[in-house]
Design a protein around this ligand. Structure first.
Ligand SMILES: Nc1ncnc2c1ncn2[C@@H]1O[C@H](COP(=O)(O)OP(=O)(O)O)[C@@H](O)[C@H]1O
Ligand SMILES: O=P(O)(O)OC[C@H]1O[C@](O)(COP(=O)(O)O)[C@@H](O)[C@@H]1O
Length: 560
């Protein structure tokens, strides 16, 4: 399943050659056009050897075209005209060959498949396949995905970097289903903290299972993993009727919870209810548990597909561009920041507004909300040490801001400042450390600091964190969740297991859960450009220090 076959490779190589040829030719053409008035510019001094060579072929530069060069030129002309015919958009004429950027080999991150240990039904897949007695309601999918449809992971390339890349399996319907869709009994569970879009995911899965595939039964397991074992929370049946309008409501209609994961009881529930597809919606903790369920199902040779849908407003799940709900959270945070700004601006003299935003290990919401707002003067996140005094201190920075404009706005991510407040030891039911409240502490510190200087301040502390995560998904997240839900179902129906569905480089992909959780939770790179952009917005002193990348997963993904 994982390897690319020889034919594909040859086609790929031919396409690569064609691209290189037409790029070379295009470059030469452009050079000709520019020829008469061209002055040397800095960038051109570091021409690649291929580019220098091409330049050398210009008739005016070296008037010694040989027959071989002319033949080469003709071959390139052919390739270019073929390329232009295929891509009439016209950008072919702009291409330049970058000879130091190479991708020779693509390695797929393979997703486990139930057919590795269990025979599948292998039925031809059609939209509405479940409507067996209503053939007219069925139709072919416009695009079916195969095991060689991939999305390249490492899209950022540098000269002379390793000419290899990893790739993900592209999500989507497959030509055959591993399960007989009409016999599928599925269960959905939502775990961890709330997140905008949970209800959309539930609705999307139910609709895809029933409308696209005609599944027999869909259960909602209530209250997170405890719903597998707690008789006080019996499962609910999910139907097309009872998910109507769900997308307009925040929260999760089946409830959520932390803790109480019991592998044996969960397996017992799955067997007793003859569940063949399990959809778990949650963060890295939830996915770790999901992986254990998939491993146990494999050990017991149970024909159960386990599919994860990454959820967390903290956006700290590795590999994917962003988790659903994050975009809504950033948008929703704007109202709180705006209120803080209004309070700060109107409470004279020296009004200061502090907004606390969620982000246990990572400050993604805080930094993106800061960049989006443009009103924030100080942004504190877990990845960057909080320094109170001295030339890089946040208190002297605030004083400068107050002197300049009379008020200030601060955004604090909940996990920030552990290095000054001490590392918490207490944990919640899910094993997550309870964090010290930097925002509240900061409020007092600011008061004391400015009192000592004889500058009265009014500090307002706003904590909108639970309001932010309980709202319905915005348009962007609503679309994202719809895509996630449908593709989760396509993947499970195809027989993939122990996988999660997510967006990578703006395309939906299937990722093995083991890879997804390996480096989660991820954090923002304090030496990266996101933080640099925050600094440029807030004007605060940079207190970032390099983080050992072997001890923390530093995000390299585009976030929004
Ligand atoms: N390593 C693990 N193994 C098994 N279950 C886990 C593990 N980590 C977390 N869980 C369970 O997953 C659920 C959600 O975990 P939590 O960390 O609270 O949220 P999230 O999934 O959003 O990170 C909880 O029920 C918790 O008990
Ligand atoms: O108070 P709760 O419900 O435990 O949730 C608080 C936590 O939930 C989050 O919003 C998201 O957490 P998870 O993604 O781990 O569920 C964190 O930022 C925050 O620390």
């Amino acid at each position: 399943m994982a390897s690319l076959d020889a034919r594909e490779f040859t086609v790929g190589a031919a396409a690569g050659f064609a691209l290189a040829m037409c790029a070379a030719y295009a470059y030469q053409q452009r050079e000709r056009k520019r020829d008469t008035a061209r002055k040397p510019i800095g960038r051109r001094r570091s021409l690649t050897s291929d580019q220098s060579y091409l330049q050398g072929q210009r008739s005016d530069a070296r008037p010694h075209h040989t027959a071989a060069v002319k033949a080469w030129q003709r071959a390139k002309d052919d390739v270019l005209s073929q390329f232009r015919a295929k891509y009439p958009a016209g950008f072919g004429s702009e291409l330049v060959l970058l000879s130091q950027i190479k991708v020779d080999n693509v390695f797929l991150l393979p997703v486990p498949h139930l057919s590795d240990y269990h025979e599948g039904a292998d039925l031809p897949n059609r939209m509405g396949i479940g409507c067996a007695n209503k053939e007219e309601l069925q139709q072919s999918y416009n695009k079916l995905m195969g095991d060689q449809d991939v999305i390249i992971h490492d899209i950022v390339r540098k000269p002379n970097a390793d000419p290899v890349t990893t790739a993900y399996l592209r999500a989507g319907p497959r030509d055959v289903t591993h399960f007989n869709p009409c016999k599928v009994r599925a269960a959905i569970v939502t775990c961890g903290g709330l997140c905008p879009g949970l209800n959309n995911v539930i609705q999307g899965i139910v609709r895809a299972l029933i409308s696209l595939y005609g599944a027999e039964k869909v259960y909602g397991v209530r209250g997170g993993y405890q719903g597998f074992s707690d008789p006080n929370f019996p499962p609910v049946e999910l139907t097309l009727a009872n998910v109507v309008g769900l997308q307009h409501k925040g929260g999760t209609m089946i409830g959520t919870g932390r803790g109480s994961f019991d592998l044996d009881k969960t397996m017992g529930f799955l067997k007793q209810n003859r569940i063949s597809q399990l959809y778990v919606v949650g963060g890295d903790g939830t996915h770790r548990a999901a992986n254990k369920i998939a491993e146990e199902a494999r050990r017991l040779k149970l024909n159960i597909a386990v599919c994860g849908i990454p959820k967390t407003i903290d956006n700290d799940i590795d590999l994917i561009d962003r988790a659903f709900g994050f975009n809504t959270a950033v948008e929703e945070a704007q109202a709180a920041i705006e209120s803080a700004q209004t309070e700060a601006r109107c409470n004279l003299p020296n009004g200061i507004g502090i907004v606390k935003l969620m982000g246990r290990h990572s400050g993604f919401i805080a930094v993106h909300a800061t960049m989006c707002s443009g009103d924030v003067d100080l942004c504190l996140v877990p990845e960057v040490p909080v320094v109170m005094d001295g030339p890089k201190g946040c208190l002297p920075h605030l004083e400068r801001v107050l002197d300049r404009k009379g008020f200030a706005v601060i955004v604090v991510a909940e996990g920030a400042g552990e290095e000054i407040l001490g590392r918490a030891v207490e944990v919640d039911k899910g094993g997550n450390r309870k964090l010290p409240e930097l925002g509240k502490w900061l409020k007092d510190e600011i008061g004391t600091f400015f009192d000592k200087r004889g500058k009265p301040t009014t500090v307002k502390y706003i904590d909108p964190s639970y309001m932010i995560r309980s709202v319905p998904a915005n348009a962007s997240d609503a679309i994202y969740t719809a895509l996630l839900a449908q593709n989760a179902v396509h993947g499970a129906m195809a027989g993939y297991t122990a996988f999660s569905v997510g967006m990578a480089n703006n395309r939906l992909v299937y990722i093995p859960i083991s890879s997804l959780v390996k480096n989660s939770p991820r954090i923002m790179d304090p030496m990266g450009r996101t933080w640099e952009r925050v600094l440029s917005v807030t004007g605060q002193p940079n207190t970032a220090v390099k983080i050992d990348s072997t001890s923390a997963a530093i995000s390299t993904r585009t976030i929004i």
